[in-house]
Design a protein around this ligand. Structure first.
Ligand SMILES: [Zn+2]
Length: 285
């Protein structure tokens, strides 16, 4: 039995908290609990090196401490490649990431869908859709139900716009969009300026994907961007957009459930900042 959640949204860092003394995933989970955070994203961004036993151990600790787990798959995946060797590698990385997440009791592994390179958006989409559907089929054969979280990417050269990811989620089972608000802004996919923007954005995704509001998974950080999109992530409150207060307001007012992972350079500190702001707004609702 899972315990009732104090609030609909859990907050956590992308990786082991900066304030954590230890270096293992298990240490990170314990530290999140001590800090009062309810989630942690395991970073497999440079490859999945976690053994099955370590993933299961992390899952056991996370369950005991009621910290919800997700993961970020390796950066090297590209589901729009026309080169079979690259595609096989992408399949391998995402499969390993989904498997480790499943063993750790996590619900979603986040991935960057790919790059257009010389393909038109329509070609890139049809390749990605076919490949992801085949991967999901393989995951199911192994009894792995980990959701593949297609992250909205920050660069204009990358495949994985808000529209593309929503469509993938509609057309491929076990795929869901992961909203990265900083990326949406940097790529020009959605403005994210104020509460009205966030309201429109979340409402639109919910309309396209009924039931999504019960288990949203998002990334948040400040961002510096240029003509081609994202440049680098910034701490919250450093003056860089998007603003987090209005997002907390909208998440609280509409009773969304799910997880917000902080990807700012201040990871856990900024996750706590968002959590505090959210709790204030959720109180008494
Ligand atoms: Zn990412």
């Amino acid at each position: 039995m899972t315990k009732p959640r104090p609030h609909g949204i859990r907050f956590g860092p992308a990786g082991i908290p900066i304030q954590c003394d230890g270096a293992s995933t298990a240490d990170g989970i314990r530290c999140c609990k001590e800090l009062g955070l309810g989630a942690m994203e395991i970073e497999f961004v440079r490859g999945v090196r976690m053994k099955d036993e370590a993933a299961e151990e992390a899952g056991r600790i996370a369950r005991e401490l009621d910290v919800s787990i997700s993961s970020h798959a390796p950066y090297y995946v590209n589901f729009c490649s026309k080169e079979e060797a690259k595609m096989a590698n992408s399949r391998k990385h995402l499969f390993q990431s989904a498997k480790a997440t499943h063993l750790a009791g996590g619900r979603v592994t986040v991935f960057h869908p790919g790059f257009y390179q010389k393909l038109s958006p329509a070609e890139a989409y049809s390749i990605a859709k076919k490949e992801l559907a085949a991967l999901v089929e393989k995951l199911r054969q192994h009894g792995i139900r980990t959701v593949l979280g297609a992250e909205t990417v920050g660069k204009k050269s990358a495949f994985g716009s808000l529209g593309e990811n929503i469509r993938l989620a509609q057309e491929v089972e076990q795929v869901e969009p992961v909203l990265d608000f900083a990326h949406l802004l940097a790529r020009g996919d959605f403005p994210c300026r104020d509460a009205d923007d966030y309201r429109r954005l979340l409402g639109m995704v919910e309309n396209e994907l009924p039931g999504w509001h019960r288990h949203i998974h998002c990334h948040f950080s400040g961002i510096n961007y240029g003509e081609k999109g994202e440049l680098n992530h910034l701490p919250l409150g450093s003056g860089g957009p998007p603003p987090f207060g209005p997002l907390m307001e909208v998440l609280a007012e509409n009773g969304y459930s799910g997880t917000v992972i902080c990807e700012s350079p201040r990871l856990d500190m900024d996750a706590l900042l968002m959590q505090k702001e959210y709790a204030k707004r959720a109180e008494g609702r």
